[in-house]
Ligand binder design. Structure first.
Ligand code: AMP
Ligand code: MG
Length: 348
């Protein structure tokens, strides 16, 4: 299959009509959102949704997020809206927050991974909204990467993974937030945070009070608990390069990473460090991938997945990265880093 590629600068109404034609014929279109790029299909068409799983190599029990471009579409995809959901929608929609609802009959099992619930997001990105609105149907879309790889934050990442496997890519530049949406289950009496993101736990709590955090957010699933969001049980966001997180007091962390890099060098292992601007000078003479600044965690979040992909582009066998504080946006950063590292963490 030839993947048609359009830059946002080429985009006019005709391109959205073209994309809508692909969707309405049961095809796949990758599109930009403020979180990461999504791989969209008609959420109400089981055959189209199946193609998403095939293109990504995604396990079929891992449900998709349904994207809408207007609140008026919500009633068609869910059967109940709780008080918590209403408050969260009022505060954070449109934006990088996905809510879990009881699903309506219109949502096929292929979209919800066989669950009685459905994940819904109303994105803020203008290109995303124009695309969904042109399609005239809700759009099921997971991240537009090969399953298990770091999520795509640019159209180039999408092409690296899916060129020739999907019908069309709309290039809208780099994703502003760069981490997948926050996910909150609103179906029970108390809301539960299933995946942290750019709408932070603190922001959620300011809207609905204390919120429980699913254990899978920071602990390795398996053993004595199963994550509520099926996707959280899979190894995720991983480059081919083996990632190690080093946690502790910053000077000790720098020393430790430096000694690991030196030891790798002696053994002929190609390794590097993913570092903030403040730390990078410390690793002179080694391969450094710069990822934002300690004073700007939003930049760190936005460049995290590109940095992980960069490790592979540089052909690194190993890369080291320091741990961040788990407050605010740091919770989402650490959730992605721990998964990317396969929970390989050194405490110093
Ligand atoms: P992705 O679109 O690739 O970011 O993945 C979507 C995430 O949402 C995965 O972790 C899914 O397991 C999760 N998800 C989707 N639908 C549901 C649902 N009904 N209940 C719980 N988690 C869900
Ligand atoms: Mg994903």
């Amino acid at each position: 299959m030839k993947t048609e590629y359009f830059r946002v600068t080429d985009i006019n109404g005709a391109v959205f009509e073209k994309a809508a034609g692909v969707i309405n014929r049961g095809g796949l279109v990758a599109f930009p959102t403020e979180t990461v790029y999504g791989l969209g299909a008609n959420a109400l068409d089981p055959a189209a949704v199946k193609k998403i799983y095939e293109a990504k190599g995604r396990p079929s029990d891992n449900p998709l997020i349904v994207h809408i471009s207007a609140l008026s579409q919500l009633g068609g995809v869910v059967s109940e809206v709780s008080e918590n959901a209403k408050k969260l929608m009022d505060n954070f929609w449109p934006g990088p927050l996905t809510l879990i609802f009881k699903k309506s009959k219109a949502i096929p099992n292929e979209t919800s991974g066989g669950l009685p619930t459905v994940a819904v997001r109303f994105p803020e990105n203008e290109t995303a909204r124009k695309f969904i609105s042109a399609c005239g149907v809700p759009i099921a879309a997971p991240s537009a990467n090969t399953s298990g790889r770091p999520s795509p934050t640019s159209a180039a990442h999408v092409m690296d993974d899916l060129d020739g496997r999907i019908d069309m890519v709309i290039d809208g530049g780099s994703s502003v937030f760069g981490l997948e949406s926050t996910i909150v289950d609103t179906t029970g009496k108390d809301a539960v945070l299933l995946r942290p993101g750019s709408v932070t736990r603190e922001m959620l709590e300011s809207a609905i009070g204390k919120i429980r955090t699913d254990r899978a957010v920071l602990e390795e699933p398996g053993g004595d608990f199963v994550p509520i969001a099926p996707g959280m049980k899979y190894k995720h966001y991983s480059p081919v390069c083996s990632i190690t997180v080093v946690d502790g007091e910053i000077n000790k962390v720098r020393e430790k990473i430096l000694s690991l890099l030196s030891a790798d060098g002696e053994k002929g292992i190609s390794s590097g460090v993913i570092a903030t601007k403040e730390d990078s000078g410390f690793f002179d003479g080694f391969k450094v991938i710069e990822m934002g600044s300690d004073n700007d965690e939003a930049r760190v979040a936005a460049s995290l997945f590109a940095s992980l992909r960069r490790c592979d582009a540089l052909g690194l066998e190993k890369a080291y990265v320091k741990a961040f504080s788990e407050e605010g946006l740091g919770l989402a950063i650490m959730n992605r880093l721990k998964k990317a590292a396969g929970y390989n963490i050194i405490n110093v």
